[in-house]
Design a protein around this ligand. Structure first.
Ligand SMILES: *Cc1c(COP(=O)(O)O)cnc(C)c1O
Length: 226
């Protein structure tokens, strides 16, 4: 069994390779290590090997880890569904939220963001495959929500996030990633501060990089099975 450090090195090597294959500079793709279900010891091991961005899905689990690791300059990304009664915890302890799909939640995150902190960096989650099992807004709703979010003082809209529907083969996600990239480029033309397209997980990130992902979220390939 390989160590977390070895798997992280291997993932980074493959990301560089894939970027080169598609004429992209490797530094245009950020890696979020998804540590849900994993221990703080696992997070520390990855951090000691240069990993700074970590993603979590469950508020209670994440808060424990964030408190335990408060000495480390980790950038925490919230990836999971957001309940109204958890917005204060999320906006107090995370730097990024990838799963915005309702104005009401966004308003709470902005209103509750502690005054001494810089704006919360947010992404709109898009349900690109119209999958009833997935959260996210329809592609046709992105423009309206983006306009509303851009009015909120303590949020900064950075781009879009998606989780494609489960497909027969990872390559089948490529079409969804390409559609996301078109949506992202449209939005970016309108809002100059938009620079982040978060898509691609352990099984399909290669296709996400091919189609313009600037942030990929990888758990299993770094930390092992959950
Ligand atoms: C769990 C999770 C990931 C990581 O998934 P892996 O398949 O383990 O790489 C990425 N993004 C989100 C939103 C997740 O919930």
């Amino acid at each position: 069994m390989n160590s977390i450090a070895e798997r992280l090195t291997e993932v980074r090597r493959k990301i560089t390779e894939q970027c080169e294959r598609h004429q992209r500079r490797p530094e245009t793709v950020q890696l979020v290590a998804v540590s849900k279900g994993k221990s703080t010891a696992a997070i520390i091991e990855a951090f000691q090997h240069g990993q700074v961005l970590f993603g979590e899905n469950y508020v209670q689990e994440a808060l424990k880890k964030i408190q335990e690791l408060h000495d480390l300059p980790i950038q925490w990304h919230f990836l999971g569904p957001i309940q109204s009664n958890k917005t204060r915890d999320i906006t107090t302890h995370f730097q990024w939220v990838h799963s915005i799909d309702r104005l009401k939640i966004a308003q709470r995150l902005s209103a509750q963001r502690p005054a001494e902190q810089t704006p919360l960096q947010v992404l709109i989650q898009v349900n690109i495959d119209d999958d009833s099992a997935k959260a996210g807004v329809a592609p046709s709703q992105v423009a309206e929500l983006a306009e509303q979010l851009s009015q909120l003082p303590n949020l900064q809209l950075r781009g879009l996030m998606t989780i494609p529907a489960i497909k027969a083969a990872p390559v089948d996600a490529a079409e969804s990633f390409a559609a996301m990239n078109r949506l992202f480029l449209q939005l970016k033309a309108q809002y100059p501060q938009i620079d982040t397209l978060s898509m691609g997980m352990s099984a399909d990130w290669q296709y996400a990089i091919e189609h313009g992902a600037t942030m990929i979220r990888i758990g299993t390939a770094i930390f092992g099975a959950r």
